[in-house]
Design a protein around this ligand. Structure first.
Ligand SMILES: [Zn+2]
Ligand SMILES: [Zn+2]
Length: 229
């Protein structure tokens, strides 16, 4: 549809992805990995052919520690504005700990462990002041991207996704890929409810999502979500 030259780079961190997209000569970073991943993240950015200072925008899908861990480091180095949803902004500012509820037995177990057993220091990340607070959907044309940030709640209330006009969608933890079958192949183990997540899967399909780039696991065709909604 679009003739704009584009590259999509998966930067594999500790069991979480950051996605670096080059579009029309500009770079967009989605998520920043866990707190101790800065070296790997920067190496991944550079090996994609991007000087971190060239990043035009950083979008944080939500404020869980495995997505915002290196946000401050990237902001210091890239000097790029950081966008996050209004409902997640305070967590980012405070370096706060938050974990969504478990949606299945394993998720409930891990949520319990995260809340009550794992030392809080494990989840600590450097707080950072966001530059762009998302409330509703926002077009990114003024930043040079044929895309929109859309509010995609379900995994967390303030989860957002980046949907390019060609149907590429960067979903954070709204839809992931894990080595399970059935709906759990793409359903995250944490969230407000399975129904809330399915509803947002329907939304992104209705908005034209064609290919999903999740923050955990490999990318996949969006039609794999269609049978569950
Ligand atoms: Zn998450
Ligand atoms: Zn995650």
């Amino acid at each position: 549809m679009s003739s704009i030259e584009r590259e999509i780079h998966r930067i594999r961190l500790q069991r979480v992805n950051a996605w670096l997209i080059r579009s029309g000569g500009r770079w967009l970073l989605v998520d920043t990995g866990k707190p101790r991943s800065a070296g790997k993240l920067l190496a991944g950015i550079r090996s994609a052919g991007c000087n971190p200072e060239e990043i035009a925008l950083v979008v944080l899908s939500h404020a869980h520690y495995d997505h915002v861990g290196c946000a401050r480091k990237i902001k210091e180095i890239a000097n790029a504005p950081i966008a996050i949803h209004n409902l997640e902004a305070e967590i980012l500012r405070s370096g706060g700990f938050v974990i969504s509820d478990g949606l299945n037995t394993f998720g409930r177990f891990k949520a319990f462990m995260g809340r009550h057993v794992v030392p809080r220091l494990f989840f600590a990340f450097a707080p950072v002041e966001p530059d762009i607070i998302i409330d509703g959907d926002v077009r990114l044309d003024s930043s040079g991207f044929s895309a929109a940030i859309i509010h995609t709640p379900g995994h967390s209330d303030g989860s957002i996704s980046v949907l390019f006009d060609d149907g590429s969608v960067f979903t954070g933890d709204l839809a992931i890929t894990q080595p399970l079958s059935g709906i759990w192949r793409h359903m995250p183990m944490y969230g407000s409810s399975i129904d809330a997540i399915k509803k947002t899967w329907r939304l992104i399909l209705d908005l034209g999502a064609k290919h999903v780039y999740p923050s955990h696991g490999a990318d996949f065709p969006a039609h794999e979500l269609a049978e569950w909604v």
